[in-house]
Ligand binder design. Sequence first.
Ligand SMILES: Cc1cc2nc3c(=O)[nH]c(=O)nc-3n(C[C@H](O)[C@H](O)[C@H](O)COP(=O)(O)OP(=O)(O)OC[C@H]3O[C@@H](n4cnc5c(N)ncnc54)[C@H](O)[C@@H]3O)c2cc1C
Length: 267
Amino acid sequence: MRIYVCVKQVPDTSGKVAVNPDGTLNRASMAAIINPDDMSAIEQALKLKDATGCQVTAVTMGPPPAEGMLREIIAMGADDGILISAREFGGSDTFATSQIIAAAIHKLGLSDEDMIFCGRQAIDGDTAQVGPQIAEKLEIPQVTYASVIKKSGNSILVKRMLEDGYMMIEVETPCLITCIKDKSIKPRYMTLNGIMECYSKPLMVLDYEALKDEPLIELDTIGLKGSPTNIFKSFTPPQKGVGIMLKGTDKEKVDDLVDRLKNKHVI
Ligand SMILES: Cc1cc2nc3c(=O)[nH]c(=O)nc-3n(C[C@H](O)[C@H](O)[C@H](O)COP(=O)(O)OP(=O)(O)OC[C@H]3O[C@@H](n4cnc5c(N)ncnc54)[C@H](O)[C@@H]3O)c2cc1C
């Protein structure tokens, strides 16, 4: 069994957000972190590796410096890394990103026991679209919002979170599961041994030449030019004024609020 974990390097949004003139994010000028939901996906995969001895492969599509992030994940316990990187892939929207990642996994092979783990959502694009789209491209079942993943016989048992509870789902492999950040999942740290060895572990780079003839790739729909979705403009919204805490009994607060809305001609 092999688990591909799709991991996105995202800008540390606690820092200053920088935007290029074409509306894409100026990632090189911002501190980069591993997408929080992807930390859960990594931990879920490493837990299954502890239990079954399966292979864990970290996969990312990004600029060459994203290799550093893959080495960190290998130092946490992953076996190897795949960096999908080419100028032609830059500025890809979710449709393009998912087909490129699906094509890379298809090229490396997805056997019957294998799985793909993704985070539910990236904190920059925030679309939660890439995981489900990869599953569609590879024509495999998908389960989203997973907080617990267990192997049970030949299938996988997933605790899927809902707004008001959860459901238990049994899914056959190969499948794709998107993971949420959950207090029950404590991502592990890199180990000293892991740090010492992470540069001796295999890391494959797949560029445009390596993927352009893959059947899952439609060359005219990738990158900034080909992507069906282009970011027209991205900007930091102006800070809103500070809120007002209404005081008094519920009735007094409601009366006060109605007066204020009337004064502002909102109602
Ligand atoms: C502010 C902003 C708004 C955007 N709006 C849109 C939009 O409306 N529509 C659109 O198509 N694109 C949009 N994009 C582009 C989009 O961010 C990229 O296509 C991105 O590669 C994937 O989408 P996402 O960030 O929403 O990821 P999500 O779909 O939220 O990511 C879900 C999971 O997929 C995996 N994943 C995502 N990207 C990668 C990667 N590069 N490498 C490995 N795994 C990955 C991770 O496991 C991640 O947790 C936007 C980008 C920005 C910065």
